[in-house]
Design a protein around this ligand. Structure first.
Ligand SMILES: Nc1ncnc2c1ncn2[C@@H]1O[C@H](COP(=O)(O)OP(=O)(O)OP(=O)(O)O)[C@@H](O)[C@H]1O
Length: 237
């Protein structure tokens, strides 16, 4: 069942410049879709288009009725003067969550991500990895049907990376759809059901690893090799 169906004819920040164009894909229940491409390929712009944050957008975003989405941005965003606990309280208030629900959802995450002792500190003073962990915990406080996550592994240590991977798999098993932007191709290859490859603002392929291998005529190759083939081929056109 499709949670989200995206058709972008063109989208961009200025009226006269299309940053992305001709992008079409969908995300189904329980599916993990990897959005991959070089720096500046248009991944974040695609995500912002889905979230309705792009000023000049031509296309169609069809959502399942009452779809509840949660977005984990590439760069952590915090209020300067709020502690981590106050950020948690703020999200809980916005989502109308009771103290019991918050404790139940967040207790194990705080312990597993080793963030319990930092509740009364300002996230703006956290290290990069700690900020990323705090953003993940805040995002997981909600119970969306679709997660949109932008470069979630940046800055995470190997323990936190494993924890996040387990959490992602767990969400998927429970039918939650995930769109994940990442440069970490070996991890993406292991966990994603399908991939969307962007280059210079255009979608060059969308499919399973098997379909991408067929498309590239590279049987048995990994995602890394297929990706490099696709980019080189696209640049030569
Ligand atoms: N707010 C903005 N205003 C104008 N141009 C922007 C803005 N944000 C991004 N761009 C431009 O849009 C293009 C695509 O950027 P985008 O952030 O979507 O790429 P990306 O694939 O997410 O890259 P990265 O892997 O580096 O995060 C780039 O040329 C970038 O300079």
């Amino acid at each position: 069942m499709s949670l989200l169906s995206i058709t972008i004819q063109q989208a961009g920040y200025d009226l006269d410049e299309a940053i992305i164009q001709d992008i079409q894909f969908s995300i189904n229940k329980g599916e993990l879709v990897g959005l991959i491409g070089a720096n500046g390929a248009g991944k974040s712009t695609t995500i912002k288009s889905i979230l309705g944050l792009i000023p000049h957008f031509h296309g169609e975003i069809i959502k399942k009725q009452d779809l509840f989405m949660s977005y984990l941005p590439e760069r952590p965003v915090f209020y300067d003067e709020l502690t981590f606990q106050e950020h948690i309280d703020f999200v809980a208030a916005l989502e109308h969550l009771s103290d019991d629900v918050v404790l139940q959802r967040i207790g194990p995450l705080l312990n597993n991500f080793q963030m319990a002792e930092h509740l009364h500190e300002l996230p703006t003073t956290f290290s990069k990895g700690m900020q990323q962990k705090a953003m993940i915990i805040l995002a997981l406080l909600k119970k969306p049907e679709l997660f949109i996550i932008d470069e979630p592994f940046i800055g995470l240590d190997p323990i936190a990376t494993k924890l996040l991977l387990d959490l992602i798999q767990n969400k998927r098993k429970r039918g939650i759809g995930i769109l994940m932007c990442t440069h970490v191709l070996d991890t993406a290859e292991k966990i994603c059901d399908r991939f969307i490859v962007l280059n210079n603002g255009k979608m060059i392929v969308c499919g399973t690893l098997e379909e991408i291998r067929d498309f590239c005529h590279l049987p048995n190759s990994d995602l890394f090799d297929c990706y490099h083939y696709l980019i080189k081929d696209d640049e030569n056109e």
